[in-house]
Design a binder for this molecule. Structure first.
Ligand code: IPM
Ligand code: MN
Length: 356
């Protein structure tokens, strides 16, 4: 019998519990095929827990999370709670609290019918973003002066450190080396207008000198967004500051078929890391059995790859790819007509068909 993994589950709000439930069906299936065990421990954090107890994400929970092999998060956010309160405390809380400095976000097209880009096919859309995950506008340093008056001033600080930038950049070079596809790494920033971001440009060159076999590209975020749409085939591995990374990966999700498929890993290599779909809690779709769970399933794939169950991870990806390529899933939106549970059924069918 293989290893037993300890997985912390924060199902969260809105559609979070549904997509987590579906992803666990797939996790169960590969665990029995590949002969490993896992135990899920549920953490209650999210809107209901907050409204009942006034507790967001206690420090004690962050300490407990450190002892797990991985964390699986559904989605956080609820219109009954002040904007951003839950997201900052729980999603950002875990990212910052556990120092998960890379947010890894693959963008891959599995069937040409899924992309809104005219004439683009799976060979054109296969890229991965290394989003810096613990700095930038997200550190939360902000304030208001003369709030609510005609003279109001608001500030939100963009914070970049040598350590923070360097570790993200280094991770990206290592990934470009390991992935070995085009051996190109693109830095995306806005250093022409935001001169503070020159720290990215310089560190990218410095670290890049240690990776002579990786070709370095540099793009400004505005142009990069345009090229993503016009020439997605130019992208392989890209490293990007936190805020721009948030934005460009929603565009990435759209070109691979929608938020229903986009997954992410919040990583601190060598330590417990957190995996989640990049979509939000979509409260208006909660409980309607319409949300696509493939993003959560892809997050489980990333989780398994991270903990060392590469074979199971590959199995999940191949089953998702086969289900999408079979033509039975043409649309991942909430109006696709495919029920949440049916998406999973398709993946499980492919999984069983391919199982040894
Ligand atoms: C994401 C989300 C989060 C972010 C929110 C929920 C704080 O949009 O994971 O992309 O902005 O990073
Ligand atoms: Mn986002």
């Amino acid at each position: 019998m293989g290893k037993e993994y300890q997985i912390a589950v924060i199902a969260g709000d809105g559609v979070g519990p549904e997509v987590v439930r579906e992803a666990r069906r797939v996790l169960d299936a590969v665990a029995s095929i590949d002969g490993f065990r896992y135990r899920c421990s549920e953490f209650p954090y999210g809107a209901d827990h907050y409204l009942k107890t006034q507790e967001l994400m206690p420090d004690s929970a962050l300490r407990e999370l450190r002892d797990f092999d991985a964390i699986f998060l559904g989605a956080i956010g609820d219109p009954r709670v002040e904007t951003g309160l839950l997201e900052r405390a729980i999603v950002a809380g875990v990212r910052f609290g556990l120092d998960l400095y890379v947010n890894l976000r693959p963008v891959k097209l599995y069937h040409e019918d899924l992309t809104p880009l005219k004439g683009k096919t799976p060979k054109d859309v296969d890229m991965i973003f290394v989003r810096e995950n613990t700095e930038d506008l997200y550190v939360g340093i902000h304030g208001f002066f003369k709030k609510g008056t005609d003279d109001e001033v608001a500030i939100q600080e963009m914070v970049m450190t040598r350590k923070g930038v360097e570790r993200a950049v280094r991770y990206a070079f290592e990934l470009a080396r390991k992935r070995g596809k085009s051996k190109r790494l693109m830095l995306i920033d806005k250093a022409n207008a935001l001169r503070g971001q020159d720290i990215w440009t310089r560190i990218f060159e410095e670290v890049g000198a240690e990776y002579p076999e990786i070709q370095r590209d540099h793009a400004y975020i505005d142009a990069a967004m345009m090229w993503m749409v016009k020439n997605p085939e130019w992208f392989d591995v890209a490293v990007v500051p936190n805020m721009f990374g948030d934005i460009i990966t929603d565009l990435g999700a759209a070109i691979q078929g929608g938020m229903g498929l986009a997954a992410s890993g919040n990583l601190h290599p060598g330590q417990v890391s957190m995996f989640e779909p990049i979509h939000g809690s979509a409260p208006k779709h909660a409980g309607r059995n319409v949300i696509c769970p493939l993003a959560a399933i892809a997050a489980v794939q990333m989780l398994l790859d991270y903990v060392g169950e590469e074979r199971a991870a590959t199995r999940i990806e191949q089953s998702m790819a086969a289900a999408l390529q079979s033509g039975r899933i043409r649309d991942l939106s909430t109006s696709s007509g495919t029920a949440t549970t049916e998406y999973t059924d398709h993946v499980l069918e492919e999984l069983r068909a391919a199982a040894p």
